[in-house]
Design a protein around this ligand. Structure first.
Ligand code: ADP
Ligand code: MG
Length: 267
């Protein structure tokens, strides 16, 4: 019988989920100034499922993702990706940032944006080969954007840009996908295309974590929720953790009780 490394070195093995979770966060605090944006948060993402991160504006949702990716430094806490420190696992994570945070003033073709997803494989000086173009082109196809391959990214609608960024993430061939509000301000066709791709990833055994603002679609789209308002409010399956009580705690007075009852009532 083989003993895993972790089970031999005690402490880590006793924490449930730390070894097997695609993303396990412990005691994470992040601060931009004096007041923490994320405070003492634990999160254990379930493998092969779709999880929504939910909370009001300014709750720390984007900060949580950025800290998980090492984009912003934590004050304290740690992050493990598939049971190992982030630095060893970067190639296994794909990230689609909030669209508003990406500025495409300089001319770049859609196909080249998708190819950026392959840079890890290409290396800085690697030659782009036919197979790479084929991968990028297949990824554009998966998001329904093949016909736009040679357009300038800046000329596309917001929804179309969002699909291209998802195609870039797909090109990475990651095991864990982190998306920040992919459905914000997109057209209905894009929303349908994106959720279709995410569900297909899940069917392939990939893990998907989405910062999500639309409470009405949570039941349709997700297996699990993670409710946050600087601190963790609730975490678990939609049935267990997406309830009028947890929503009320996360949003405080910012959602009407009637609205919460309607959204969180089991179908
Ligand atoms: P959410 O994504 O849930 O809306 P954020 O993670 O973007 O929340 O922000 C959490 C808090 O941190 C907010 O109070 C926000 O104003 C603050 N914040 C976010 N980014 C920065 C930054 N780069 N510098 C200073 N404060 C920031
Ligand atoms: Mg945000």
């Amino acid at each position: 019988m083989q003993l895993s490394l972790a089970s031999q070195n005690g402490q880590a093995a006793r924490e449930p989920g730390l070894e097997t979770s695609p993303l396990a966060i412990r005691g994470l605090t992040v601060s931009y100034g004096e007041k923490p944006a994320v405070f003492s948060v634990d999160m254990t993402v379930v493998p092969g499922q779709m999880t929504a991160i939910i909370g009001p504006n300014g709750a720390g949702k984007s900060t949580l993702l950025k800290a998980a990716l090492g984009i912003v430094p934590p004050v304290s806490g740690r992050v493990q990706v598939f049971g190992r420190p982030l630095d060893h696992q970067r190639g296994r994570i794909a990230y689609v940032p909030q669209r508003a945070s990406v500025d495409w003033d300089f001319p770049t073709r859609v196909i080249d944006v998708v190819m950026m997803g392959l840079y890890r494989e290409l290396g800085l000086l690697g030659r782009i080969r036919g197979t790479h173009r084929q991968i990028a082109s297949d990824c554009l196809d998966r998001v329904g954007m093949s016909e736009f391959a040679d357009r300038q990214i800046g000329q596309l609608s917001g929804g179309q840009q969002q699909r291209v960024f998802l195609a870039r993430a797909l090109a990475q061939g990651a095991d864990l996908y982190l998306l920040d509000e992919p459905f914000a301000g997109v057209d209905a066709a894009t929303e349908k295309a994106i959720i279709g791709v995410l569900k297909a990833l899940r069917a392939e055994g990939k893990t998907v974590v989405v910062v999500h603002h639309d409470l009405a679609t949570v039941r349709d789209y997700f297996d699990n929720v993670f409710l946050i308002n600087t601190r963790k409010v609730a975490e678990g399956s939609v049935a267990e953790a997406f309830t009028p009580d947890t929503l009320q705690s996360a949003y405080g007075g910012r959602l009407a009780t009637a609205q919460i009852d309607q959204i969180a009532r089991p179908a």
